[in-house]
Design a protein around this ligand. Structure first.
Ligand code: G4P
Length: 539
């Protein structure tokens, strides 16, 4: 289909614009320092006008935004993902935020389908924590190139060699340090850049609010300075050089090896080198894999092809000042221009991208033009769902974003007959956004919908939003299942016959077999090996 005439962007322009994009996420366990590091990356990129602290100031403003953000604030967790876009030395960074709490792992899964790289953030004292592990597994399964930042090196923690060992043991991940810390954890002086052999010595600034002054010494000068910490670091590096393998770009790009950096976000040490490494190592957008109507691989969409994008997040009512619905689209090919009409591959309907916003945290500004790797928030994108492919001129279809099998189930009842419409509309919206799965026991003739998720906090968010945004009243009641698998319609009768099993259906037609226990599932698998019982659901 065609849109209003646009000046076609030359293929060369699109390739050049894509080449300077870096689209990534930070994955970490809560408290490892993601907010601090984000803020410091902005500071070093020159994107914070004024001093660091602005992100927190922005975060503070959340208090007046909406009720479910109130929930977010009260719990001290990040519920929704936001996108930060900033420039650094001619490059455009898109930093996609991921919720830290495990109950929102589904959101993270979606975000990771929209990035080209990730920074894994680790607390030097705590090492790999449960949520780091969970997110790492998703990143590895998706073969996302990983840069690892060992944070809080200004405090006592593991020695650098110990950290290498830790990553190899816990994650089976080869970590190749690209810089090496000088000074023990807790007495951190700076880093030696292994590629240049230069010693970057940092000086602390008050509260880490401004860029840490840095003195760069070559090996000879550092040696003359008689710094015992430097001498120790050199010895360790020599040890490492003797056994370490070269940085393997192929293994890195495949997510099998990680580039390792040491630093302290709070005192700004090592933030500059990480930012530079993101430019040098993190891959720019590349052609995206496509599938055909049967879900079979169908080549790749070249970057220079007409516009295409993947909806990886849909969110309504982010801000009561703008009561609306935003679809977050990762651009995969071509040039986006505000006002374009594109096709939604799933619905076969066209969509006007008249109100596209660039999103900086929770602030919005109009976006006129964007390129592969960028994320645009399309306002008022009715009828879009997570996983939808949008395209211009030449049809495209990207693989569905996987979702996780739910482990928690609740019957949800309308608590106020006079507000049935609000109840129904709210559920529909939550389902489309993927806040929770909304399922129905179709054949059993039971009209009570079932909410399902990977964590109980999803239900808190759902109830909060139903009540505050949709003015509905809901009552939740524990449902008897705790395991789910995706199944095929043909398998439904056999599953329903088994004791302790049920089949629920999602609005998109996905059939979910649910079980009262792992044991019930195993028994069914044993008795009926022919059944489809998939752990990963696609949305
Ligand atoms: P998160 O988003 O991953 O949850 O972590 P966040 O940045 O909020 O950091 C969690 C705590 O760790 C904060 O302390 C923060 O100051 C501290 N932190 C972050 N980076 C470093 C670092 O490099 N070194 C040290 N020593 N601490 C670091 P807080 O006491 O919870 O908050 P605040 O009062 O300091 O802001």
């Amino acid at each position: 289909m065609s849109s209003t005439p646009l000046a076609p962007a030359a293929a060369g322009t699109i390739a050049a614009e894509a080449a300077r994009r870096r689209t990534f996420a930070i994955i970490s366990h809560p408290d490892a320092g993601k907010t601090t590091l984000t803020e410091k990356l902005l500071l070093y990129a020159g994107a914070l006008h004024g001093e660091a602290g602005a992100v927190k100031a922005r975060a503070g403003r959340r208090e007046v935004t909406s009720d479910w953000m109130e929930l977010e604030r009260r719990r001290g967790i990040s519920v929704s993902s936001t996108v930060l876009r900033f420039e650094y030395e001619g490059n455009v960074f898109n930093l996609l935020d991921t919720p830290g709490h495990k109950d929102f792992s589904e959101d993270t899964l979606r975000v990771l389908s929209a990035v080209d790289a990730a920074v894994m953030l680790i607390d030097a004292a705590k090492g790999v924590e449960p949520q780091t592990l969970r997110l790492f597994e998703v990143a590895r399964a998706r073969r996302i190139p990983l840069l690892t930042f060992v944070n809080k090196y200004d405090r006592p923690g593991m020695e650098p060699l110990e950290i290498l060992d830790h990553l190899a043991t816990v994650l089976d991940l080869q970590a190749i340090p690209l810089n090496w810390p000088v000074g023990i954890p807790g007495s951190f002086e700076g880093v030696i850049d292994r590629r240049t052999d230069l010693f970057h010595r940092f000086t602390r600034t008050t509260g880490g609010a401004t860029i840490a002054p840095e003195v760069i010494l070559d090996a000879a000068t550092a040696e003359d300075s008689d710094d015992p910490a430097w001498a120790t670091a050199r010895e360790e590096l020599e040890l490492l050089d003797a056994v370490d393998e070269e940085f393997d770009d192929v293994a890195f790009r495949d997510g099998q090896a990680t580039a390792l950096f040491f630093g302290s976000a709070v005192s700004n040490f090592g933030v500059g080198p990480l930012l530079k490494a993101l430019v040098e190592l993190a891959p720019a957008p590349s052609p995206r894999r496509e599938i055909d109507a049967d879900g079979e691989p169908a080549g790749e969409r070249p970057l220079e092809a007409p516009f295409s994008g993947l909806v990886f997040k849909v969110q309504a009512n982010m801000d009561p000042r703008h009561r609306d619905r935003i679809a977050f689209v990762r651009i995969c090919s071509g040039r986006f221009e505000r006002g374009m009409r594109v096709m939604n591959e799933r619905t076969g309907r066209s969509l006007a991208m008249a109100h596209a916003h660039e999103v900086f945290g929770r602030e919005r500004s109009l976006m006129e033009e964007a390129f592969p790797g960028d994320v645009v928030g399309i306002v008022g994108a009715a009828d879009t769902r997570v996983g939808d492919t949008l395209w211009l001129d030449e049809p495209a279809r990207f693989p569905a974003i996987p979702s996780l099998a739910p482990e928690f189930f609740m019957f949800v009842r309308n608590g106020d007959v006079s507000r049935y419409k609000q109840f129904r509309r709210g559920l529909e919206q939550l389902d489309e956004e993927g806040v929770v799965h909304v399922l129905r026991r179709e054949a059993a003739g039971d009209p009570v919908p079932v909410l399902a998720g990977v964590g109980r906090l999803q239900f808190d968010v759902a109830v909060n939003r139903m009540e505050n945004e949709f003015n509905a009243r809901v009552r939740l009641e524990e449902a008897p299942w705790n395991v789910a698998r995706r199944t095929e319609p043909g398998d439904v009768p056999t599953i329903r016959e088994a004791t302790g099993s049920e089949v629920l259906v999602r609005a998109d037609g996905t059939h979910l077999a649910v079980f009262r226990s792992e044991f019930v599932l195993q028994r069914l698998e044993r008795d009926h090996p022919e059944l489809t019982l998939d752990r990963l659901l696609t949305r």
